[in-house]
Design a protein around this ligand. Structure first.
Ligand SMILES: [Zn+2]
Length: 435
């Protein structure tokens, strides 16, 4: 059985009483503190089902006790603070140890914030994102979005509003339901082939693909450990051709599936960093996960490769006409820049400064969402709150880091990207571009 945090803290207090605050016998080392971090994350996950996204660590770190019927907010926050205090008082001349401690501290700040949110204790959008994901996203006003939408206005043919004309173009590329499996598998296979040309992945790595309904998200990678992923696609709404590329790269190669494998292989199994056997969803790790998964689309399909692959392979498999596909991907680039609208809507909606009607108008006008997708997006924002910054701001943070350290050479970008996905990096260092 593992030592409970209280047992270790009691030892520390005894140590302090004896005038031996840093004695090796009484002060837990970084490995012990990392185990306590994992255990605490699993305890929180007994209450908050979304908290632990993946766990493939030792059985004996799992909580032995049955969770109480009432969410023990105060005692969990207390445990987080005790662990932070122990990490803060860790003495070491080893910079790797100090770096681990600082990384764990960042994660624990997110634990405390998530515990409060789960208990219904909310704060401003930016305060929550700062604690949960280690940063906050820039704020844009309507003028910023209007300039981008106006630029698109000049490119899109036909009559009606920009949103209507974008939608008319997009509707040409809806994948028929009976072709989804074929098209998605072809895209994942291509992304895997391209990734394997640059990375050596564990031989046993694999994934399962499932189609589901009634979810607030569009797609999800459930990482199972031992280099296996379950990728689920929500078919509630129409699925457009670009989603196939998104699932192939964002959810799979070199996105979430590869990121999780590299963490498991390089950090947990090879280096023995037990903190990487758990993936807490509402933590700085998700800024890196979503940001790199979105940026990974451009790593695997640089330049015009994405359009060419859709035209030559995916659209024929889906039985769809290729006319307009270049313009569609061009419009999607602008739509990507407009993705920040979700943050601004989140800020307004969650603080009560924006009505749901106004939020829908922003999403439809500035995000180019159709009505049903805008409604779904509001449900996602209400559920996931500031998590939305990870997709846009997270991607831009990762992009700046990769481009600063890898330039525009596609081969070097693959290398820097792999290094980023394989290291214990703090968001503060990612934002500042350190490698
Ligand atoms: Zn994702």
């Amino acid at each position: 059985m593992i030592k409970s945090p209280f047992y270790l803290i009691a030892l520390m207090i005894l140590g302090l009483g004896c005038g031996q605050p840093h004695s090796k016998q009484v002060t837990p080392g970084i490995d012990d503190l990392a185990k306590q971090y994992v255990h605490l994350g699993l305890v929180i996950g007994q209450y908050d089902e979304a908290f632990v996204d993946a766990y493939y660590g030792p059985e004996d770190l799992k909580p032995a006790s049955v969770p109480s019927s009432v969410f023990p907010k105060d005692s969990l926050i207390n445990e987080v603070r005790i662990l932070k205090s122990a990490l803060g008082s860790l003495i070491s001349e080893d910079t790797a140890v100090l770096h681990r401690a600082a990384w764990l501290m960042d994660q624990l700040i997110s634990f405390e914030r998530r515990i409060k949110i789960f208990a219904g204790e909310y704060d401003l959008f930016d305060n929550e994102s700062e604690d949960l994901f280690g940063t906050n996203a820039p704020v844009f006003n309507e003028n910023y979005y209007n300039i981008l939408v106006d630029a698109l206005d000049n490119k899109l043919p036909g009559d009606g509003t920009v949103q209507e004309r974008f939608q008319a173009l997009a509707n040409r590329f809806i994948i028929p339901k009976d072709k989804l499996d074929t098209v998605f598998r072809a895209s994942i296979a291509e992304c895997r082939k391209r990734t394997l040309a640059h990375y050596k992945l564990p031989e046993e790595e694999d994934f399962a693909l499932e189609f589901v309904t009634n979810k607030s998200w569009n797609g999800y990678n459930w990482y199972k450990g031992n280099y296996q992923s379950l990728i689920q696609i929500n078919t509630d709404l129409d699925i457009f051709i670009d989603r196939a590329i998104d699932v192939g790269s964002h959810e799979s190669y070199p996105g979430h599936h590869v990121y999780n494998m590299l963490l498991e292989k390089n950090l947990y199994r090879d280096k023995g960093l037990v903190e990487f056997s758990i993936y807490p969803l509402y933590s700085p790790q998700s800024l890196i996960a979503e940001g790199s998964a979105n940026y990974g689309i451009d790593v695997v399909f640089p330049g015009k490769d994405k359009v060419d692959f859709a035209r030559e392979v995916l659209l024929p498999l889906a039985g769809l006409d290729t006319i307009g596909i270049g313009l569609y991907f061009d419009a999607l680039d602008t739509k990507g820049k407009l993705n920040y609208v979700r943050n601004d809507v989140g800020r307004g909606l969650l603080s009560g400064a924006m009505t749901e009607e106004e939020a829908l108008r922003w999403l439809e006008t500035y995000g180019l969402y159709n009505h049903e997708t805008a409604v779904k997006s509001i449900s996602f924002i209400r559920n996931q709150r500031s998590y939305v910054i990870n997709y846009n701001h997270g991607m831009d943070v990762v992009a700046r880091y990769i481009e600063k350290n890898g330039g525009n050479d596609p081969a070097i970008r693959w290398k820097v990207f792999e290094t980023l996905l394989s290291q214990q990096i703090r968001v503060i260092d990612l934002v500042s571009g350190m490698q």
